[in-house]
Every structure is written in structure tokens, then in C-alpha cells.
Design a protein around this ligand. Structure first.
Ligand SMILES: NC(=O)c1ccc[n+]([C@@H]2O[C@H](COP(=O)([O-])OP(=O)(O)OC[C@H]3O[C@@H](n4cnc5c(N)ncnc54)[C@H](OP(=O)(O)O)[C@@H]3O)[C@@H](O)[C@H]2O)c1
Length: 244
């Protein structure tokens, strides 16, 4: 099976990398199930996909709620009879120095970036086992490889995501594929997530200088999906050439 007719669920599909991935995969023939908290934005993405002849549905999904991931997977099976790919892309990045003690934001990053991914695995793995096929694609970050000031907690969550996905790959067996994508600086609203004004200004400035468009990450996801079933693209790093 190439892309045509694959059933792909994407979390964090309401903007940025998730939105770009939804649009590209739909253009290449996949059937989409889109999740995020902002339903109005999801409805807009679905409308744009349908306008160009694609197929997509959406449901409000908060990845910190285990039951929402089960509902996302259930919607795929109800509408299309199966789930071929789960793209766990939702992420939170309110970065700040540890001295700020923005502990609620630390919680949010752990809950969305780490537990959100685990909730997706818990919902999709039994389905992939039953189908004897499936593909986990997870958006990590180059922060998993290099920690810089203000990014300790965020980088910690992405290191955890890398470890979880590698463990998943080792346990997955021959019928389930596991791909982790590590974007560098991508031009999305993510740079404005910090509630520390100085950090936000610095990161947004750097983004406007060097970031690459979200479509660059979408193409990497498509590449992994389009490989033959026995080819598992495990780790893909996509960063701006200008990123150190
Ligand atoms: N931009 C970068 O430079 C960069 C670099 C490396 C990695 N990443 C990773 O890329 C992924 C996507 O980020 P982005 O850059 O595309 O930024 P973005 O446009 O802000 O997208 C973040 C997405 O995550 C969703 N989200 C946040 N909390 C959620 C929750 N509790 N439940 C469900 N969805 C939630 C948001 O949707 P709602 O608000 O509608 O729920 C949104 O669709 C993240 O995992 C991020 O860590 C980004």
C-alpha cells in the first residue's frame, strides 16, 4: 500500500506541522482523521481538504485525556474501517529558564509531549496488533539532541519521546513501523508559546531569521509512509541549513 487510501490520524492537526502534514497526505490520497483542541481550525482544515477532492474528518482531541485518543482511533475505524498510521504530533513548548519556576507549564509540557504520546500508543497499539499492521509517526525535536538554556524541560520531554519511540520500535515486531521525526526550527506559532517575554522575543526573532516551512516536515512524514511495508524509516532529522 502506498499513500493512496491509507487511513492516517494526526494529533495537533489544527496548525503548523500537523496542519501541513494533513494537507500534504490528503493531496497524496490518504484519508485523514484530524485531532486537536481547536475544533474550528480543524473544521477549516477538513473543508480545505474536501475542496480539493480529499477525504477527512475531525474530532476535538485533547491528548492529555487518554479517552480522547481512544475516540480518535475509534473514529478512524468507524469511518474507514481501519487505522494505518497514527501521527502523534501535538506538542506544547512554553519554554523558560528554570528560575522562573513556571511549574504549571512544566506540567503542561510533560502532559502533552510525553503522556500525550503514550496515550496515542495505548489507543493505537492494540488496533495495529489486531490488524497485523500499523505505523507510529511521532514528532520529537532536535531539542532531543541538544539542550540549551530555557529549554531544559521541553528538551527533557523530547529526549523521553525519543526513548519511548525507540523502545516501541524494538518491541514492535515485523508488522508495525515506528518513525520519529526530529524537526529543527520550523516556522509555526510555536515560537510564541513562551510566557517569558524576553525568551519569546528572542525565539520569534530567530524563527523569522532561519526557520523552514512546516511543509518540509510534512514531506519527511510522507517519505516514511510511502516506503514498502518492510522498510521502516526510524529517525529523521530535518533542520534549517542555517541552524547550528
Ligand atoms: N516549530 C518548531 O520549531 C518545532 C521544532 C521541533 C519540534 N516541534 C514539534 O512539532 C510539533 C508541532 O508543533 P508546531 O511547530 O506545528 O506548533 P503549533 O502550530 O503550535 O502546533 C502545535 C499543535 O499541538 C496541538 N496541541 C497542543 N496541546 C494540545 C493538547 N493538549 N491536545 C491536543 N493537541 C494539542 C495544537 O492544537 P490545539 O491548540 O488546537 O489543541 C497544535 O495543533 C510539536 O510536537 C512540537 O514540539 C516544533
Amino acid at each position: 500500500m502506498a499513500m493512496e487510501d491509507k487511513v492516517v490520524a494526526i494529533t495537533g492537526a489544527s496548525s503548523g506541522i500537523g496542519e501541513a502534514t494533513a494537507l500534504l497526505l490528503a493531496e497524496r490520497g490518504a484519508r485523514l482523521v484530524l485531532g486537536a483542541r481547536r475544533s474550528d481550525r480543524l473544521a477549516d482544515v477538513v473543508a480545505r481538504i474536501e475542496k480539493t477532492g480529499g477525504t477527512a474528518v475531525h474530532t476535538r482531541t485533547d491528548v492529555t485525556r487518554r479517552e480522547d485518543l481512544h475516540a480518535l482511533v475509534a473514529l478512524a475505524r468507524e469511518r474507514y474501517g481501519r487505522l494505518d498510521v497514527l501521527v502523534s504530533n501535538a506538542g506544547a513548548g512554553p519554554i523558560s529558564p528554570l528560575d522562573d519556576l513556571r511549574v504549571d507549564e512544566w506540567d503542561e509540557m510533560v502532559d502533552v509531549n510525553v503522556k500525550g504520546v503514550l496515550h496515542g500508543i495505548a489507543a493505537a497499539l492494540p488496533v495495529f496488533r489486531e490488524q497485523r499492521s500499523g505505523h507510529f509517526v511521532t514528532t520529537a525535536s532536535t531539542a532531543a539532541f541538544s539542550v540549551v538554556p530555557s529549554m531544559a524541560v521541553y528538551a527533557g520531554t523530547k529526549v523521553a519521546v525519543r526513548a519511548i519511540c525507540e523502545g516501541l520500535r524494538q518491541e514492535a515486531g515485523a508488522s508495525v513501523r515506528v518513525t520519529t521525526v526530529f524537526p529543527g526550527f520550523v516556522h509555526t506559532g510555536f515560537a510564541e508559546a513562551s510566557s517569558n517575554g524576553a525568551v519569546r522575543e528572542r525565539v520569534a526573532g530567530l524563527r523569522d531569521e532561519i526557520a523552514i516551512p512546516p511543509d518540509a516536515i510534512a514531506r519527511a512524514v510522507a517519505f516514511a509512509l510511502e516506503q514498502p511495508a518492510d522498510v521502516d524509516v526510524n529517525e529523521v532529522v530535518v533542520r534549517p541549513t542555517a541552524q547550528g
